[in-house]
Design a protein around this ligand. Structure first.
Ligand code: SAM
Ligand code: SF4
Length: 316
């Protein structure tokens, strides 16, 4: 479906839970977040219903995210059902990777094609510090399992001044080691941890000044990532410049939160409730169409707008 600003909307990001076994400093408060009552969460059947409705409006690409999508019970069955939808071409997941060692095989067997794995540091001590509860070795085992099963792998690295700015070249080296893209993401001031984000922000431009990278022509004109190559590495180095240079003109996505809100834009507080619409048998297709039409032309994050929901509750 084409929105009011001429953008073709074909990508739905689905947060299946706002819970996570990690507490990344920039994402979730140390005490965790209040668990939603199960009535407030969309059931797996309701999530499937929304995805199916979106495919009838032209969505052919779905990404499962969270919180940590692999802690949601029944995720494998949901992926399997979605993979059977006729219009679906691409099913991906963003994960912290900690449960992938066990789950890579069933995920692949149930129709998952690709995983983006978050990896902000290659140092065990710093990994514990940033995730507060995570072990780097679990994620490394998860990466190996995903590669072994033939899942497409990309790494997401959130750039943080005075935390991982001394590891940029080592993280870029992953494009050689794993034949996988490494994408650097600018830290966004969202949710409860805005102070941390403001104190540790560094722009992707800072990396380009330090490391010799050659631009690569993108195979997807709508991707928010600008790609480069480091020497002869097989994988690419990507930059997601959500803050320093926004890519709203090419934005092709909608987001569904685990409590059933549709978010036309990550950086806006506007939400459209689908949970009650599903439960009261309203015309879901019409509500989704009008939500797509309400997608803003661009975000206003730098104009002092405060985004209330943290990333774990939106589904980054
Ligand atoms: N738990 C999964 C994971 O960590 O990959 C999926 C959910 S997490 C919210 C999705 C992505 O959002 C991760 O790559 C994470 O690093 C990123 N993220 C979370 N908070 C962020 C922030 N304030 N700014 C930029 N990226 C953020
Ligand atoms: Fe969990 Fe992902 Fe947020 Fe880290 S970034 S706390 S792994 S949801």
């Amino acid at each position: 479906m084409i929105d009011n600003h001429g953008r073709k909307i074909n990508y739905l990001r689905v947060s299946v839970t706002d819970l996570c076994q990690f507490r990344c400093t920039y994402c979730i408060p140390e005490c965790g977040i209040k668990q939603l009552d199960h009535r407030e969460l969309l059931s797996l059947e309701e999530i499937y219903t929304v995805i199916r409705e979106f495919t009838m409006l032209g969505v052919d690409k779905v990404r499962f995210t969270g919180g940590e999508p692999l802690v949601r019970k029944g995720i494998l069955g949901l992926i399997e059902s979605v993979s059977r939808l006729e219009k679906i071409k691409d099913i991906a997941m963003t994960t912290n990777g900690a449960l992938l060692e066990k789950m890579a095989k069933p995920l692949k067997n149930n129709g998952l094609q690709r995983v983006n794995i978050s990896l902000d540091t290659l140092n065990e001590k710093k990994f514990r510090e940033i995730t507060r509860t995570g072990e780097l070795s679990d994620v490394i085992k998860g990466i190996e399992a995903a590669k072994k099963e033939g899942l497409g792998v990309k790494f997401n690295v959130v750039l943080m001044k005075d935390f991982n700015d001394d590891e940029i070249e080592d993280l870029i080296e992953l494009t050689n080691i794993y034949d996988a893209d490494v994408r650097f993401i600018e830290l966004m001031p969202i949710g409860e941890n805005q102070g941390y984000a403001k104190a540790h922000f560094m722009s992707c431009e800072d990396i380009l000044k330090k490391v010799d990278l050659k631009p690569v022509v993108s195979d997807d004109p709508h991707a928010p990532t600008k790609y480069y190559r480091y020497g002869n590495a097989v994988g690419r180095v990507g930059f997601i410049t959500a803050i320093s240079s926004h890519f709203c003109g090419d934005c092709n996505r909608m987001r569904l939160t685990s409590d059933g809100k549709l978010k036309p834009c990550l950086h806006s507080n506007k939400e459209i409730d689908l949970r009650n619409a599903i439960r009261s048998s309203e015309d879901l297709g019409e509500i989704i169409k009008s939500a797509i039409q309400s997608k803003p032309e661009k975000h206003y994050l730098l104009e002092n707008q405060i985004i209330d929901r943290g990333m774990s509750r939106i589904g980054g």
